[in-house]
Ligand binder design. Structure first.
Ligand SMILES: Cc1ncc(COP(=O)(O)O)c(C=O)c1O
Length: 438
C-alpha cells in the first residue's frame, strides 16, 4: 500500500529529511523479537533496538499482556491530587535497581521531559535551600538531552540549536571528550582525556560556584556518535561538583536499563550522580515514559522546606500513566527473569571484537564501543559528501539490517536478546554496505 500525496504532506516527521523520506518511504509494519517486517514482507534485523529503546526485543508477550490487561481495567487515572497503586509500585521497583541514595522517582512521558524536569528540580532544590542565586546550568559540547527548551539549551549538538535563537540564558558548555588523535579505536573507556573535566574548575572560577546549579552529561554520549568517557573523567566531574555544591545529573536515557551491561551507567562506572534521567528502555518502548530519580537530600529538602501546599509546581497530565506503569513493571520483570543486563555484559567482548573487525576497512576512521553499543566512524568521501552515513544506512536496510547514523558515524545498540549469530550478521552486512557505499 503506497502513501497518497495527501498522507505524505499531512505527517511532518521528526528529525527527518522529509523530502528524502517521502520520495521513497520505508514503512515498517510489524515487529517481533530481533526483527521488523516491512510492508512488503521483508525481514529487517534491528541493530539499534528501535531508537536505543527496545532493550528486551520487540512485542514481548509479557509486556503486551500487562498493557492489555491494564487498558481494560483502568485506561487513565488523573495524576494531580489523586493516585493509583501502579505508579507507586513501579517507582519503588525502579529504586531497587537505581543507586542506593536515588530513591524518589518523578514520572514524565519522554526523555526530553525527564531532562527539563531534572533541571527544574535542581533549581527548585537550591531555591528551597535559600541558595536561589545558583541558577546557571552546565551542559557539554556534543551532548544530546532531548528537544525541550531546557534540553536543547544544555545540549551541545550545533544543528539542534541553530534554528532556535537564544534558548535559555545562563547556560555554559564543557568541552566534549572526543580525542581521536589519542584515543581512536579504543575498546571500552579510552585512556586519555580525564583532564577535560578540569574545564569545570575554570568555569567555576569564572562564574562562581554560588551561581551554578547543575552539570548535566550523558555518561556515554549516544546521539553524537557514541563517545565513551575517558578513564577517570566522570570521577573527576563528581569530585568537583561535590566540592562546589553543584548537582551532577547523569542523563541515562540511553545508558539505562542494561545498555552498558549494568542497570545504569552509574553502576558500571561506579560514579553516583545526584539525579538520573531515564526513558526509552524503562518500558521497553511499549508505552512512552520517562522518569527522574533524585537523591534523598533533594526530595527531603523540597518536602520539608515547602512554603506552599504543593512542593513542586511541575507535572504532566500523563505522569505515571497506568499503561506506562503496567508496561514498566512487566519490562523490569523481563529484564530480571532473563538476566538481560548480565547478558549484555557477557556479550560485550564478542560484540566489541566483531565491531573492531571492521577496522581493517581503510575507510573506517574510528571505532568506539562499550556494553552493547558501538560507533563506527567513517572517513568522508570526496564525492557526494554529506550523505555517506545515510547511504550506508540505506544499503544496510536494502540488505535486511537496521542501523542508525549521525553524520558519518554508524551507531549500533541492538536489543540485549541478540545472539552471536545475529551479531555476526550485523557486522557482515554493515561491512558489505560500507565497502559498497564508499
Ligand atoms: C541522552 C538522551 N536524553 C534525552 C533524550 C530525549 O528523549 P526523548 O526522545 O524520549 O524525548 C534522548 C533521546 O535520544 C537521549 O539520547
Amino acid at each position: 500500500m503506497k502513501l497518497s500525496r495527501k498522507e505524505k504532506n499531512s505527517y511532518w516527521m521528526p528529525y527527518t529529511d522529509n523530502q528524502w523520506f517521502k520520495k521513497n518511504p520505508k514503512l515498517l509494519e510489524s515487529a517481533k523479537g530481533m526483527h521488523y517486517q516491512t510492508q512488503n514482507g521483508k525481514k529487517i534485523l534491528d541493530a539499534v533496538a528501535g531508537l536505543w529503546c527496545v532493550n528486551a526485543g520487540h512485542c514481548r508477550e509479557k509486556i503486551v499482556k500487562a498493557v492489555q490487561k491494564q487498558v481494560e481495567k483502568m485506561d487513565y487515572g488523573l495524576s494531580f491530587q489523586m493516585g493509583h497503586k501502579l505508579s507507586f509500585e513501579f517507582a519503588e521497583r525502579l529504586t531497587k535497581i537505581l543507586p542506593k541514595n536515588l530513591d524518589s522517582v518523578f514520572f514524565t512521558n519522554s526523555g526530553s521531559e525527564a531532562v527539563d524536569t531534572a533541571l527544574k528540580i535542581a533549581l527548585a532544590y537550591f531555591n528551597a535551600k535559600g541558595l536561589g542565586a545558583k541558577k546557571k546550568l552546565i551542559g557539554r559540547s556534543r551532548g544530546y538531552h532531548g528537544s525541550g527548551f531546557g534540553g536543547t539549551s544544555v545540549g551541545g549538538i550545533v544543528a539542534n540549536r541553530a534554528q532556535f535563537g537564544n534558548l535559555l540564558n545562563g547556560v555554559i558548555h564543557l568541552p566534549h571528550t572526543h580525542m581521536p588523535e589519542k584515543n581512536s579505536f579504543s575498546r571500552g573507556q579510552p585512556k586519555y582525556g580525564k583532564e577535560k573535566a578540569d574545564a569545570l574548575e575554570d568555569i567555576i572560577n569564572f562564574h562562581g560556584s554560588e551561581n551554578i546549579a547543575v552539570v548535566i552529561v550523558e555518561p556515554v554520549a549516544g546521539s553524537t556518535g557514541v563517545l565513551v568517557p575517558p578513564i577517570g573523567y566522570l570521577e573527576k566531574l563528581r569530585k568537583i561538583c561535590t566540592k562546589n555544591n553543584i548537582l551532577l545529573i547523569f542523563d541515562e536515557v540511553i545508558t539505562g536499563f542494561g545498555r552498558l551491561g549494568a542497570s545504569f551507567a552509574s553502576e558500571r562506572f561506579k560514579v553516583i550522580p545526584d539525579i538520573i534521567t531515564m526513558a526509552k528502555g524503562i518500558t521497553n518502548a511499549t508505552v512512552p515514559m520517562g522518569a527522574v530519580a533524585v537523591d534523598a537530600k533533594i526530595y527531603e529538602t523540597l518536602i520539608k522546606n515547602k512554603k506552599e501546599k504543593i512542593e513542586l509546581f511541575h507535572g504532566y497530565t500523563y505522569s505515571g500513566h497506568p499503561l506506562a506503569c503496567a508496561a514498566g513493571i512487566a519490562t523490569l520483570d523481563v529484564y530480571q527473569e532473563e538476566k538481560l543486563f548480565e547478558r549484555a555484559k557477557k556479550l560485550e567482548k564478542y560484540f566489541g571484537d566483531r565491531a573492531h573487525s571492521l577496522s581493517k576497512l581503510n575507510m573506517v576512521k574510528d571505532i568506539r564501543n562499550i556494553g552493547l553499543v558501538a560507533g563506527i566512524e567513517l572517513d568522508s568521501r570526496s564525492k557526494k559528501n554529506g550523505t555517506l552515513g545515510r547511504d550506508v544506512f540505506d544499503e544496510c536496510f536494502k540488505n535486511g539490517l537496521m542501523v542508525r547514523y549521525t553524520g558519518n558515524t554508524i551507531a549500533l545498540s541492538p536489543p540485549l536478546i541478540i545472539n552471536k549469530k545475529q551479531i555476526d550478521q550485523v557486522f557482515d552486512i554493515l561491512g558489505y554496505a560500507i565497502k559498497k557505499c564508499f
